[in-house]
Design a binder for this molecule. Structure first.
Ligand code: FES
Ligand code: FE2
Length: 447
C-alpha cells in the first residue's frame, strides 16, 4: 500500500507536480508520423500531461506542437489555417511557426515590431522511424532520444496499436509489468481456443499455466526495474518470464514467440486517461503481412467515432457501459474473465478500479514485488528531482534503453540473471526465447 501523499505524487502529472516534472525530463513518443499525413493538413488537437496542445506538420514537413491557446486573446489554435510554415489563428490572423514565434501580425500596423515579442507555448518534436517524439521539459537543448530497439529499426519491422484507457497511467503500467495476472485474467479454460468465442487461435505459453504462484525476483537496473517470475516447469526445471520497467512509462512483458519482442508504453492525457501503445517488433526481418493480425489482435466491437475531443481518439466501443462484451456463459467454460480479447480483459479490470485506485487500502502480496519496486523507483526519482535537481535515470543515457525481455527454461538453481542474461540484450541476433522455451511454446501450440 501507499500513503495518500505518495499515491498522489505517483499518479498526478500536471505541470508543477513532482511526477509531471519527472515525466517532462524525458522524450515522449506521442504519435505516428503517418497520422499527421501530408504538410499543411488540418491541425490535430491532442492532450498530454494535462496540457491542451495542437500538433501539425508544416509546409516544410517539420512537426510542430503548440499550446492550444492563442497568446493574442485566447482563441483555440485548433481552428488555425496551416499555411506557409506556420499556424494562422483564424480570429485575427496572427501566425506562429513551429517554435511558437509569432511571425505575422496582420491586424497591427506594418511598421510595428510587436510580433517579435509574442510567442505561443511550444515543445520541440522530432521523428524517428515513423514515431513522433516530443520533449516537454525545461532544457534548451533536449537530451538524446532513448535507444529503444523497435525505434531504431525500419517501420516495416514493427506493428503498433493504440487505445485509450479511462484510468490513471500508473494502473496501466502496473498491469503491464504484473506477471502474476497471466495465470488468471487471460486464461483460456479450454485447451486450444474456441471458435464459438472471440479469440480463436493458438494458445500461448503462460496463459493457462499450472503454477499460479510464481516465485518473483526483482532487481533495479540502470533504466528502471527488472523482474523474473519463475514457475515450476517440471521437476528440476524452472520456466522464467523476465519483465522490464524502463523509466518513466515503458513496460516490457516476456515474449511468447520467437518472432516478436513486445513493449508497451503509457502516455497520460491527464490523471484520468492514458493512451496505451502496444508494440511488437522483429529485430531480424520485416514483419510479414499475415503475421500482423496475430501479433496485434484487433478487439471486437470496433472504435468510437473521432471528435475534436482527444479522448475519443483510439477509444474502443467496448467499455464499462456494455460490460466490455462480457458473456457469463463463456466465463464458465471458455475464458476465465468471460471477456473476449486480452486487451479488453486488461481494460476492464484497470478501469474497474476507478480513475485513480486508492492504494491506501491495498493488501500487497509477494507476487506484487515488481509493482512495489517500480512505484518506489518512480517516487524516489521524482523526489530526488524535486528536492535536489537529480537528473532521473536514463535521461542522459540513451544506451540503457537497449533492452529486451526473455522467456527461458533453466535448470533449477541456475541464477536467472546469468541463464537468461544473453537473451536480454537488444541489437543482437540472440533469440528472445531459450531453445527449451521455444520447444515448450511449440508443444503448447500443437496441443
Ligand atoms: S485570438 Fe488569435 S489572433 Fe486574436
Ligand atoms: Fe494483461
Amino acid at each position: 500500500m501507499l500513503s495518500k501523499e505518495d499515491n498522489e505524487l505517483l499518479t498526478h502529472v500536471g505541470p508543477g507536480t513532482p511526477m509531471g516534472d519527472l515525466m517532462r525530463q524525458y522524450w515522449m513518443p506521442i504519435y505516428l508520423s503517418t497520422d499527421l499525413e501530408k504538410p499543411d493538413n488540418k491541425p490535430h488537437r491532442i492532450k498530454l500531461l494535462h496540457e491542451n496542445l495542437i500538433l501539425f506538420r508544416n509546409t516544410s514537413g517539420e512537426v510542430g506542437l503548440l499550446s492550444e491557446v492563442c497568446p493574442h486573446r485566447g482563441a483555440s489554435l485548433y481552428w488555425s489555417r496551416n499555411e506557409q510554415d506556420g499556424l494562422r489563428c483564424v480570429y485575427h490572423g496572427w501566425k506562429y511557426d513551429i517554435t511558437g514565434q509569432c511571425v505575422d501580425m496582420p491586424s497591427e500596423p506594418a511598421a510595428s515590431n510587436f510580433r517579435d515579442k509574442v510567442r505561443a507555448g511550444s515543445y520541440p518534436c522530432q521523428e524517428r522511424n515513423g514515431i513522433v517524439w516530443t520533449y516537454m521539459g525545461p532544457r534548451k537543448t533536449p537530451p538524446p532520444l532513448p535507444e529503444l530497439e523497435f525505434n531504431m529499426l525500419p517501420p516495416e519491422h514493427v506493428v503498433i496499436r493504440r487505445d485509450m484507457q479511462d484510468s490513471n497511467w500508473v494502473q496501466g503500467l502496473e498491469g503491464n509489468i504484473d506477471s502474476s495476472h497471466l495465470s488468471f485474467l487471460h486464461t483460456r479454460l479450454e485447451a486450444t481456443g474456441n471458435a464459438e468465442f472471440y479469440g480463436e487461435g493458438p494458445a500461448t505459453r503462460g496463459l493457462f499455466y499450472n503454477d499460479p504462484a510464481p516465485k518473483m525476483e526483482v532487481t533495479n537496473t540502470d533504466a528502471g526495474v527488472m523482474d523474473a517470475a519463475g514457475r515450476v516447469e517440471e521437476p528440476g526445471k524452472v520456466y522464467w518470464r523476465v519483465t522490464q520497467f524502463l523509466m518513466p512509462f515503458y513496460g516490457i512483458f516476456a515474449p511468447v514467440s520467437l518472432e516478436e519482442c513486445p513493449l508497451q508504453w503509457w502516455i497520460p492525457l491527464d490523471d484520468n486517461s492514458v493512451m496505451k501503445w502496444d508494440i511488437r517488433w522483429n529485430p531480424s526481418r520485416p514483419i510479414r503481412e499475415e503475421e500482423k493480425k496475430s501479433l496485434i489482435l484487433e478487439d471486437p466491437g470496433g472504435w468510437v467515432d473521432w471528435t475534436a475531443d482527444a479522448k475519443t481518439h483510439w477509444q474502443l466501443k467496448a467499455n464499462a457501459d456494455n460490460e466490455y462484451l462480457n458473456e457469463y456463459d463463456a466465463q464458465l467454460d471458455k475464458r476465465f474473465s468471460g471477456i473476449p480479447s486480452i486487451n479488453l480483459q486488461d481494460k476492464a479490470v484497470l478501469e474497474s478500479m476507478g480513475h485513480i485506485v486508492d492504494r491506501t487500502i491495498e493488501h500487497l502480496g509477494t507476487s506484487d514485488a515488481m509493482i512495489i519496486r517500480t512505484r518506489r523507483r518512480l517516487i524516489n526519482a521524482a523526489i530526488a528531482l524535486r528536492d535536489h535537481g537529480t537528473v532521473p535515470p536514463g535521461v542522459d543515457d540513451p544506451q540503457v534503453y537497449r533492452r529486451r525481455t526473455a522467456t527461458a527454461i533453466l535448470d533449477d538453481g541456475v541464477d536467472w540473471q546469468v541463464g537468461a542474461g544473453p537473451y536480454l540484450e537488444a541489437f543482437t541476433d540472440t533469440p528472445v526465447l531459450s531453445a527449451e522455451a521455444q520447444q515448450a511454446s511449440l508443444r503448447v501450440k500443437q496441443s
